[in-house]
Design a protein around this ligand. Structure first.
Ligand code: HEC
Length: 413
C-alpha cells in the first residue's frame, strides 16, 4: 500500500464539505419543521438550494482530488482493513451527495415550485408539474438522505469499535473531514427524530447521545492510554478488499427503503386508483348525509395550538381546497360524508379502498378513530401521521373540527 498521506487540498476540501454539509443539514431539519404556508418558507427553500449547490460543488472538487491523490496510507495505529472500509464509506457517501441536487431540482419543478438560489437568481424549470416525477424524485431525494444516514451510522459504529479496539478514533480512521461530518450528522439526526412533535425532547436526546459517545471515548482512554498502539499490521487481504464496497453498497439498499419504512411513501403509485374525470382531484359534490351537513364550530384557543403542533403535519400530505393537487395523501375537499377511498384519481392502498367498498364513510368519529392510529386501525394503509399516532381524544376532536372548517366551507375556497 502507498505510504502517501492526504494532500493539503484534500484535507481542506474534506473539511469544507463537512462544514457545508452540516449547515445544509441544519437548514433541512429546520425547513421540514417550518410553517408550510408561512412567509419565510420561500426564503428557507432558497437557502436550501443555494447551500445544496455549494455542497455539490465542494464534493465534486473533493472527488476530483480523491482520484488525483490515488492510494493513501492508513494513519498511525489504523489497520489497513479499517482504513480501506473508512475510505469506501466516504467515497460512496460523497457519490450519494452528488446525486441529491438533481433529484431535488426535479422534485421542485414537478411540484411547480421555483428554484431560486438564495436571494440571487432563479433557475428556469426544465419540466412542468408532474405527479409521477414528483413521487419518484421525492422518494429518492429523501432516500438519499436515508442512505447517508445509514452510512453515517455505520461509520460512527466503526469508529466506536476502533476506539475500543485500537484506541484510534474519528479523525484517524476516516478520511479528513468525513469523521466530523458523519458524527455531527448523526447528532442532528438524533435531534431531528426526537423533535418530530415538539422541540422539548431534543436536548435530552442529544445529552444521551453525547453521553454514550463520551463513555466510549472514556473507556477507550482507560484501555489504551498506557499501552502503545501496535504498529505492525497485516496487509489488506482480498476478502476485506471486496467486502468493504459490497457492504457499503448493501447499506445503500437499506437506506433506499427508509422513506417507505418510515413514511409509507412509494416511488410510484401503488394500489387502486379511484375513478374520476381526467384532471379532477377532489370530491366536487357535497355528500348528502348528516356527516356532511353537521355545523361548524368557531375555533378555540386549544384548536389553534393543535393546528400549529399536530394538524400542520396533515397539511404536509393533504391539500384541502377544491381540486387542489394530491400530495402524498389525497386532496380532502368535502371529505366528510364521503365513502373512504373515492377521491377521484388518487391511488389508494387496497386497505382503504376495501374499507370504502365495505361501507366506511368518513364522519367525525371515523376520522378520529383513523388518525388515532392509522396503521393499527386500517392495517396496510399508506397513511402515517408523521408526528406519531394521536391517542388523545381531545386532540383528535380538535383535528376533526379544524378539518371540517378547512374542507367543508366551500365559501372559503
Ligand atoms: C405522511 C403523509 C400523511 C400525513 C402526515 C397524513 N396523511 Fe392522511 N392520508 C395519507 C395517505 C397516503 C392517504 C391514503 C391512504 C391509503 O391509501 O391507504 C391518506 C388518507 C387520509 C384520509 C382518507 C381519505 C379518503 O379519501 O379515504 C383522511 C380522512 C386523512 N388521510 C386525514 C388525515 C389527517 C386528519 C391527518 C393529520 C392528522 C393526516 N391525514 C395526515 C397521507 C398522510
Amino acid at each position: 500500500m502507498a505510504d502517501k498521506t492526504y494532500s493539503r487540498s484534500s484535507v481542506i476540501a474534506g473539511w469544507a464539505v463537512a462544514i457545508l454539509y452540516f449547515s445544509h443539514q441544519q437548514l433541512t431539519v429546520f425547513l421540514a419543521r417550518s410553517d408550510r404556508f408561512g412567509p419565510l418558507r420561500e426564503e428557507y427553500r432558497g437557502w436550501h438550494y443555494l447551500l445544496g449547490s455549494l455542497v455539490f460543488a465542494t464534493v465534486a472538487w473533493r472527488l476530483w482530488l480523491w482520484q488525483r491523490d490515488g492510494a493513501v496510507a492508513p494513519a498511525r495505529g489504523v489497520t489497513p482493513a479499517l482504513h480501506n472500509w473508512g475510505r469506501w464509506l466516504a467515497l460512496i457517501a460523497y457519490c450519494v451527495i452528488l446525486l441529491a441536487p438533481f433529484l431535488g431540482l426535479f422534485y421542485a419543478w414537478a411540484d411547480a415550485l421555483t428554484v431560486h438560489l438564495g436571494p440571487f437568481f432563479s433557475l428556469p424549470a426544465l419540466i412542468g408539474r408532474s405527479r409521477p416525477v414528483w413521487m419518484f424524485t421525492g422518494y429518492f431525494h429523501s432516500g438519499l438522505g436515508f442512505m447517508l444516514m445509514v452510512l453515517g451510522v455505520a461509520g460512527v459504529l466503526t469508529v466506536a469499535w476502533a476506539l475500543l479496539r485500537h484506541g484510534r478514533g474519528l479523525l484517524a480512521v476516516l478520511p479528513p473531514g468525513f469523521g466530523p461530518q458523519i458524527f455531527a450528522g448523526l447528532a442532528s439526526t438524533v435531534y431531528a427524530f426526537a423533535t418530530f412533535r415538539s422541540p422539548a425532547p431534543g436536548p435530552r436526546a442529544l445529552a444521551i447521545f453525547f453521553g454514550i459517545c463520551a463513555l466510549v471515548w472514556g473507556l477507550s482512554w482507560l484501555i489504551h492510554h498506557k499501552r502503545p498502539v501496535p504498529l505492525t499490521m497485516r496487509p489488506l487481504g482480498p476478502v476485506a478488499r471486496v467486502a468493504a464496497p459490497v457492504t457499503a453498497l448493501t447499506l445503500l439498499g437499506l437506506g433506499a427503503y427508509g422513506p417507505h419504512a418510515l413514511f409509507k411513501v412509494t416511488p410510484w403509485p401503488m394500489g387502486e386508483t379511484a375513478a374520476g374525470p381526467a384532471g379532477v382531484t377532489s370530491h366536487l359534490v357535497r355528500a348528502d348525509n348528516p356527516a356532511a351537513l353537521a355545523a361548524m364550530t368557531p375555533e378555540t384557543p386549544f384548536e389553534r395550538q393543535v393546528k400549529a403542533e399536530t394538524y400542520k403535519w396533515c397539511r404536509f400530505c393533504h391539500t384541502v381546497a377544491a381540486n387542489g393537487p394530491h400530495l402524498v395523501g389525497p386532496n380532502l375537499h368535502l371529505i366528510f360524508g364521503q365513502r373512504a377511498g373515492t377521491v377521484p384519481n388518487f391511488t389508494y392502498s387496497t386497505a382503504v379502498a376495501d374499507a370504502g367498498r365495505k361501507g366506511l364513510v368518513w364522519d367525525d368519529d371515523r376520522i378520529a378513530w383513523f388518525i388515532a392510529d392509522p396503521q393499527k386501525h386500517l392495517p396496510g394503509t399508506a397513511m402515517i401521521v408523521s408526528s406519531g399516532p394521536i391517542p388523545d381524544p381531545k386532540v383528535q376532536r380538535a383535528i376533526v373540527n379544524i378539518l371540517r372548517r378547512e374542507t367543508m366551507d366551500e365559501a372559503a375556497h
